[in-house]
Design a protein around this ligand. Structure first.
Ligand SMILES: Cc1cc2nc3c(=O)[nH]c(=O)nc-3n(C[C@H](O)[C@H](O)[C@H](O)COP(=O)(O)OP(=O)(O)OC[C@H]3O[C@@H](n4cnc5c(N)ncnc54)[C@H](O)[C@@H]3O)c2cc1C
Length: 471
C-alpha cells in the first residue's frame, strides 16, 4: 500500500489532521536521540485513547504493515525508529493523568504523560514518581516503561519496573490486554523493559513514593578522575547507599560550567554529585561518612547545597548536562554499559584510551553508584568515516564491559544500536528462550521490528543499509 492510501485509510480511523506524512514529518520522525541510525516511517499517527490506538494497530495487523510505538523520541538506542518503515504510533496526544489515589499512593496516566508531570501532579501531597531519568522533563511514561528506565535516584529507589503496578497494552492485532500486579506469572514485568516489542502501552498505574523528610546534596571535586571513581566504590563499600551518586568528568565539566554556571575549583578533573536522604538522624551520619571518604580520597572541595534552590541548580546541571555538550560538537552518541563498581577506575582509563585510539573526543556523565557508564562521543557526523569510528570505539567499550562482568546496557535498551552486541551476552539457547517469551504475546514480525532480538526477517537489510548510509 502506498503512502497516500495509508494516509487516507488511517485518516478515516482517526481524523486526517492526526495522520502525518510527507517530507517534514519523515525527517522529524526518522530517528530518536541515537541520531546516527535513521529510517523513515510511511505515516505517523496520533491517537488520543486506547480505543483509537487499538483501531490503528488492528488496521496495521490486517494490512501486514509494521508499527513502532513512540513517546518523546529521547531514546538512545534507536528503539522508536521505524526500522522497516510502516506506521509510527506516537503517544504525544495521550498525556492525561487519569486518576490519583493519594491514600493508596497510586496514579494512573496515559502513556504519553511526561515523567515530570506525574510528580508535579502529586507534589502537594508530598509524593512523587521515583524513576527520574535525566530526560524526565521530556520523556514519557510509556517510553520509561518500555525502556525500564533508571535515573540518578535508581541507586536507592530502583528502576521503573519497581514502580509500575498495572498497565493497558494494545497487543499485536489490536486486542486490549489489562495487566495488573498480583499472583501468577509476572507478565507485567515482562512488558516493562520490552522496548515496545510486545505491543503498545496506552495507560499505566504507577506507585507513588513519599518525598524524603530531609535531603543533603553535596558536590565533591577531585583533581584526578581515578580519585573520584575510587571514592564511589569506597562509599558503597562502607555500607552507605546514597539516594544518588553521579559523576561528571573533565570532558563535560567546562560545558556544564558555561551552560549552567556550575562552580568548581580550576584544577578539578572530576565531580561527584552525592545526595543522601531520609530521616535527619540517618542522613547526618551518612553525610559524615561520605565526607570522610571524600577527604580520604584527596577531594579538592566538598560543597553542600545551602537550600532547595541551590539543590535544584545542581540537579539541572546534572540532568541537562548532556545538552550542554551541544556547545562542543553537533553530534553526540551516548553509550550505556554496566560494570562492577570496583572496575570503574580502570574502565574510565580504558574509555580515555579507546577515545584516543579512535581519534574521538569522549566525555563521561553517569550514574556511578550503579556502575552504569555513559561514555559520550562528541563529533560531527558530516566528517567522512567518523560514524564508523564511533561504532567501533563503542563496541570496544561494550566488549570490555562484558569481559569485566557487566552488561551492554544498563538503562538505554538494546534498540537497533546493540542488536549486534546482544549475542556477546546471550547464546543461541538464551535468545531462543527470549523469542519464546515474546511468543506469549505474538509471533508477528510487525511489532516494533528489528529491536532487541537479532536476526529478524528483513532486519539484516536495515542494518546493512544504515551502516552504509551512516559512513
Ligand atoms: C539527555 C538524555 C538523558 C537521558 N537520561 C536517561 C536516564 O537518566 N535514564 C534512562 O533510563 N534513560 C535516559 N535517557 C534515555 C531516554 O530518555 C529513556 O529511555 C526514556 O525512557 C525514553 O522515553 P521516550 O518517551 O522518549 O521514548 P521513545 O524514545 O519515544 O521510545 C523509547 C522506546 O520505548 C518504546 N515506546 C515508547 N512509548 C511506548 C509505548 N507507549 N508503548 C510501548 N512502547 C513504547 C519505543 O518503541 C522505543 O523502543 C536519556 C536520554 C537523553 C536524550
Amino acid at each position: 500500500m502506498n503512502q497516500a492510501e495509508m494516509t487516507a485509510e488511517l485518516g478515516r480511523i482517526l481524523s486526517p489532521e492526526r495522520v502525518l506524512s510527507g517530507p517534514a514529518h519523515d525527517r522529524a520522525y526518522d530517528c530518536d536521540a541515537y541520531t546516527v541510525d535513521r529510517s523513515r516511517p510511511q505515516v505517523v499517527v496520533l491517537p488520543e485513547s486506547t480505543a483509537e490506538a487499538a483501531a490503528v494497530v488492528a488496521w496495521c495487523h490486517r494490512h501486514a504493515v509494521p508499527f513502532t510505538p513512540r513517546g518523546a523520541g529521547t531514546g538512545l538506542s534507536g528503539g522508536s525508529l521505524a526500522a522497516l518503515g510502516g506506521v509510527v504510533i506516537s503517544t504525544k496526544r495521550m498525556t492525561k493523568i487519569l486518576s490519583v489515589d493519594v491514600e493508596n499512593r497510586r496514579l494512573r496516566a496515559q502513556a504519553g504523560a511526561v515523567n515530570l508531570r506525574l510528580s508535579q501532579a502529586v507534589a502537594a501531597h508530598g509524593l512523587h514518581f521515583a524513576p527520574d531519568p535525566s530526560s524526565q522533563s521530556v520523556s514519557t511514561l510509556g517510553g520509561n516503561i518500555a525502556e525500564n528506565s533508571g535515573g540518578p535516584h535508581t541507586l536507592k529507589y530502583g528502576v521503573t519496573v519497581q514502580h509500575v503496578s498495572g498497565l493497558t497494552l494494545v497487543g499485536f492485532d489490536g486486542r486490549v490486554i489489562e495487566l495488573q500486579e498480583g499472583p501468577g506469572l509476572d507478565l507485567l514485568s515482562l512488558v516493562v523493559g520490552s522496548e515496545g516489542t510486545l505491543g503498545l502501552v496506552t495507560e499505566a498505574e504507577v506507585r507513588l513514593t513519599p518525598n524524603p523528610e530531609h535531603v543533603v546534596t553535596l558536590l565533591a571535586s577531585f583533581a584526578q578522575v581515578r580519585s573520584a571513581t575510587e571514592t564511589v566504590a569506597a562509599i558503597i563499600q562502607a555500607g552507605v547507599i546514597p539516594a544518588a551518586l553521579e559523576m561528571m568528568d573533565h570532558g563535560i565539566m567546562e560545558a556544564v560550567r558555561a551552560a549552567f554556571g556550575l562552580r568548581f575549583p580550576a584544577e578539578a578533573r572530576a565531580l561527584l554529585l552525592i545526595e543522601c536522604d531520609g530521616s535527619p538522624d540517618r542522613v547526618g551520619p551518612e553525610v559524615e561518612t561520605v565526607a570522610r571518604i571524600c577527604r580520604d580520597h584527596a577531594c579538592l572541595e566538598l560543597a553542600e547545597a545551602a537550600d532547595s534552590a541551590e539543590r535544584a541548580r545542581l540537579w539541572t546541571a546534572r540532568k541537562k548536562g548532556v545538552g550542554a555538550l551541544g556547545r562542543i560538537a553537533p553530534t553526540l552518541v551516548t553509550h550505556d554499559g554496566v560494570i562492577p563498581r570496583s572496575k570503574l577506575p580502570d574502565m574510565l582509563d580504558a574509555v580515555d584510551r579507546i577515545g584516543a585510539e579512535f581519534g574521538l573526543k569522549v566525555a563521561n556523565i553517569f550514574h556511578a553508584g550503579d556502575g552504569n557508564l555513559h561514555p559520550i562521543f562528541c563529533f560531527d557526523d558530516r566528517e567522512p568515516g567518523v560514524v564508523d569510528r564511533v561504532v567501533a570505539a563503542g563496541e570496544k567499550i561494550m566488549r570490555l564491559c562484558i569481559e569485566w562482568g557487566g552488561s551492554v546496557t544498563g538503562e538505554h535498551g538494546i534498540g537497533v544500536e546493540k542488536l549486534d552486541l546482544i549475542s556477546l551476552m546471550f547464546d543461541e539457547d538464551d535468545l531462543a528462550l527470549q523469542r519464546r517469551a515474546q511468543s506469549i504475546f505474538h509471533n508477528d514480525s510487525g511489532v516494533n521490528p528489528c529491536k532487541i532480538i537479532p536476526n529478524q526477517k528483513g532486519c539484516v537489510e536495515h542494518m546493512k543499509r544504515w551502516r552504509g548510509v551512516a559512513t
